[in-house]
Ligand binder design. Sequence first.
Ligand SMILES: Cc1cc2nc3c(=O)[nH]c(=O)nc-3n(C[C@H](O)[C@H](O)[C@H](O)COP(=O)(O)OP(=O)(O)OC[C@H]3O[C@@H](n4cnc5c(N)ncnc54)[C@H](O)[C@@H]3O)c2cc1C
Length: 534
Amino acid sequence: MQTIYDGIILGAGHNGMILQAYLGKAGMKVLTIERKAVTGGGLATLEDPRHPGFLHNTHAFFQRAITAMPWYADLELERHGAHYIEPELNVALLTKDGGVLGWWTDIERTVRSFEQFSRKDADTLRRWQHEFVPIVQNILAWEAKSPPLPPGERQRLLERSAAGRRLLEVSALSPLEFVQQEFEHPTVRAGLLFFNGLREVDLRVRGFGHHIAALLASPAKAQLSRGGTAALARALESAVRETGGEFRLMTEPKRIVAEGGRAIGVETTDGEFTRARHFVVSSLNPHQTFLDLLDEALVPAEIRDRANGFQYNLLAPLFALHLNLREPPDYTASTKYPELARALMVIMGLDHFDQFGDIVRHHESGTIPPTVMWGACPTVFDPTQAPPGLHTGFMWEKLPYRLRGNPDWSGVGEEHGRTMLALWQKHAPNLADAVMDSFTRTPVDTERSLPNMREGDLLVGAFTNGQIGYHRPFAGAGSYRTHLPGLYLCGSSCHPGGNVTGLPGYNAAQVILADHGLHADWMPPPIADHLAML
Ligand SMILES: Cc1cc2nc3c(=O)[nH]c(=O)nc-3n(C[C@H](O)[C@H](O)[C@H](O)COP(=O)(O)OP(=O)(O)OC[C@H]3O[C@@H](n4cnc5c(N)ncnc54)[C@H](O)[C@@H]3O)c2cc1C
């Protein structure tokens, strides 16, 4: 007899698995259906088939504050094998003239680094950091780990406290306006925009002016996973299996089946139907969930239109150059700044914040901008990612998904990889003799590998078009519930969005358990009660 599950999740990325583990802990029997042969989604580490022993993290690498995430402790992921490293020099921006702007885990060291560029900017940095610590602690961190409130209610609650009013005031700006208004030195401006926002938000969009101040004040810095990013996927999979959760790999859903106006199971492309007693949850994007997997008759026209209109980030797609190395990069600037040898993220090609406008214009026209890139040499911190004595390195660059209107990168990738390597060698001349092998990945490869990252958007949905908070992915599907009873969402197209935060999965777990009359002691108090007490 076929098993009937309490619930079925589509997609075994980290959000799907975090949700599955929490539901399993609550006593539910949950199956996840995944098209790939491995779990993890963006938590991917590949062994180079030509050079065994060299591991490459082809999607996520820099993970912000994973060890401080509530699910990391709740699911006891260290017991399941996860281990994180947080280098003290978190980010270093190398300027054309041999300077280094450093971002340390210790704010005082960051302030000292900024002083080398502008004393005034260093003072401003300290002032904003100081002012925003309570705002981050008491408001933003809570909002990220809670199902979002309707915008009107959120505004009303925030207006009741001084911290809430200040947050509303600062967020009315765009990150670009914030930086131009508050900081003076072009490299400091460029560095702040890059360290703190470039990946997450469109820097031109109003409503995100608080973003940089919040990240200045956040204790959350970049960490790397020992053994490669996929080690977190293995830990999550182990936590899920411990609760009795199951995975069906190399299996694609064909349609979400409904009966009597409720989602009741999933039919797969191999013709099998699996029944879910209580719910189906999709960690996929709105196009997949509402347009590909639901029969048209099950989706009202206005929901179809909204799913169709869901927008992806123009500026999120990445091009990657991966290297197998005999030795790590030895930066010329490290003669003056020896600490550079142990910098986690290194940024090159960025000297002036005006370059952002140029990058945006190139993305709009589908052309390749002058190289601004960032990356790391993971093996400096984690030797397990290469054979003994050898190393890996990678650089990413924001490049358009469509080149002159077409998602066709044939013949361009290798050549562009050489352009990136040339810039890297300018800063680290030893790379001329250190590269054993290399490969590149384009924004189109991202979409082929993970089709939920449509148009190469690794954040699975822009934060423009009203696609934030209560209305992410769109009005009528926010808060992890959909128009169809029994069908929920839990992926990065939900609040608080993409990157490895696990919070869409964590929040979806709160909603689904509450809808089934279950309460667990890990759940935070309702966000409205918390904000009302400020
Ligand atoms: C090049 C690159 C670099 C990145 N760097 C970072 C970084 O440094 N730090 C960071 O935090 N984030 C980074 N990200 C982003 C991060 O990987 C994603 O935001 C994150 O993985 C999203 O998690 P998720 O669980 O929502 O979705 P995913 O991780 O994408 O998981 C979704 C799962 O669904 C599966 N799936 C898709 N379609 C189907 C289908 N039809 N049927 C069944 N299963 C399906 C996929 O195979 C996948 O396993 C990067 C991404 C890329 C591409």
